[in-house]
Write a protein that binds this ligand. Structure first.
Ligand code: AMP
Ligand code: ZN
Length: 118
């Protein structure tokens, strides 16, 4: 894995981390930022991203780091009061529907989810 702190100057989410682009940040820690999705697909739609530029979950080979990110997503979901449940989504690669190539966990909640996803 790349060393901690790796960024890609052309990456949208790296720019949000560096505050070069505005985002509605709901939480931030040493290793992550959580912010509201600009095009929400549910009443609550928050993205949790590592501060390190990792392209996707398939390239995230530090299990502890990845586990922490998921733990953080659950903590953010609790803070967002998604007590009735929520969905975590990680799109990977083109067929997975990934459009921003910086690893992110979608937190979706505030409505009843359907299955299967499209
Ligand atoms: P994905 O399709 O899984 O790569 O998800 C990328 C997400 O980033 C989409 O849900 C977009 O709506 C969201 N997004 C794109 N640009 C921004 C932005 N500037 N601020 C917040 N969310 C964004
Ligand atoms: Zn990035």
């Amino acid at each position: 894995m790349s060393p901690r702190g790796t960024t890609d100057p052309s990456c949208l989410f790296c720019k949000i981390i560096k505050k070069e682009i505005n985002a509605n940040i709901v939480d931030e820690g040493d290793d992550f930022v959580a912010f509201r999705d600009i095009n929400p697909q549910a009443p609550t739609h928050v993205l949790v991203i590592p501060k390190e530029h990792i392209r996707n979950i398939a390239e995230a080979d530090d299990a502890n780091h990845l586990g922490s990110l998921f733990r953080t997503a659950c903590t953010v979901a609790q803070r967002e009061k998604l007590n009735g449940g929520f969905r975590l989504v990680v799109n990977n690669g083109d067929d997975g529907g990934q459009t921003v190539h910086h690893l992110h966990i979608h937190i979706l909640g505030g409505r009843s989810m359907t299955w299967p996803p499209g």
